[in-house]
Design a protein. Structure first.
Length: 319
């Protein structure tokens, strides 16, 4: 039987942690190890992780400094012994059949990466977006790259938690890691770097993950401040990776449009802001625009306000 390593970064999610871990313990696929990587929690998660590790032999608890989700996931991958890798955020959970569906699909198709559907949960209600990607009867590498780049709301997404990865591909030298300098788009960057190494990718129509939108402290939420603007560097790096793929220019152009629109949104809010970080925030936004706003065609998602704001930013760069 092939072992699956499930890596769970844990930070101040005690309210949801039992649901997450219990969901993994109840998986219909039995040969799994669960790596809880607690990184500096202050709400009792540390003790709860130890309780689980002491009670269940398939659970290992690791305690590390709070250096972000990428660092925690890297610690998990370093200690993982499985043939396949899966990821679960500690405020989310997996349906009981999720791991079984993914590993069986990987084995039967001799694939390196499996992508499954996910649902969003908010106030105990689950919703799933209709996604044409999963309706296709067949899929090739170009479909994946185009979908990641062009359909930014794709259910498959750049997330790592609705996927299963063949561990031997991750461990090929140089081994893949999450970029610890990034705390946004680090998962999309990792997924793209993995895809560059793969021979075969498959998708399944089963829902394999429940994403919790109740947690306002989730790492997925972004605010309009200097720290959030710094996170745009991750999207810049995603654009650079997409450009290296054969026929990846359409996806890269689409993601650059997303990047520039986000810059104009930040800039528009900063104009009337009295934040002490306003000066350095504006400087950083101008640098990003200067590197990315030329030799690119604006797509249909741009409204008049964003176009005007981008024009103003371009003028400001040379003032």
């Amino acid at each position: 039987m092939n072992k699956i390593s499930v890596i769970v970064p844990v930070y101040n999610t005690k309210r949801y942690l039992c649901r997450c871990v219990d969901g993994l313990l109840c998986q219909s696929y039995s040969d799994i190890e669960i790596l809880l990587v607690e990184n500096g929690s202050t709400d009792g998660c540390r003790e709860l992780c130890d309780q689980y590790a002491n009670k269940y032999p398939q659970i290992e608890a690791y305690h590390v400094a709070n250096k972000g989700v990428s660092y925690a996931r890297n610690i998990g991958m370093k200690n993982a012994k499985g043939d396949f890798l899966a990821f679960c955020d500690s405020d989310d959970y997996m349906p009981p059949y999720a791991l079984k569906h993914m590993v069986e699909a990987l084995l039967s198709e001799k694939a390196d990466l499996c992508i499954g559907r996910y649902k969003e949960q908010f106030q105990d209600k689950e919703t799933e977006a209709v996604d044409s990607f999963f309706e296709k009867s067949s899929m090739n590498m170009q479909d994946v790259i185009d979908t990641i780049g062009i359909n930014r709301q794709w259910n498959g997404g750049g997330y790592v938690w609705n996927k299963m990865f063949r561990a031997s591909v991750v461990r090929q030298e140089p081994s893949l890691q999450f970029d610890e300098k990034l705390d946004c788009y680090e998962d999309l960057k990792f997924a793209l770097e993995f895809i560059k190494r793969t021979e075969k990718i498959i998708k399944i129509n089963e829902v394999v993950y429940i994403y919790n939108k109740d947690n306002v402290n989730s790492i997925s939420h972004m605010r309009y401040d200097f720290q959030s603007i710094c996170k745009l560097k991750g999207l810049e790096e995603v654009c650079e990776i997409l450009e290296t793929f054969p026929n990846g220019s359409r996806a890269m152009q689409s993601r650059k449009n997303q990047l520039l629109k986000m810059c104009t949104s930040f800039y528009g809010r900063l104009i009337s802001s009295r934040s002490c970080e306003k000066k350095k925030s504006v400087k950083l936004l101008k640098e990003i625009v200067k590197r990315n706003a030329y030799n690119i065609k604006l797509d249909a998602t741009w409204g008049v306000r964003h176009r005007v704001m981008l024009y103003i930013m371009k003028i400001a760069i040379f003032c």
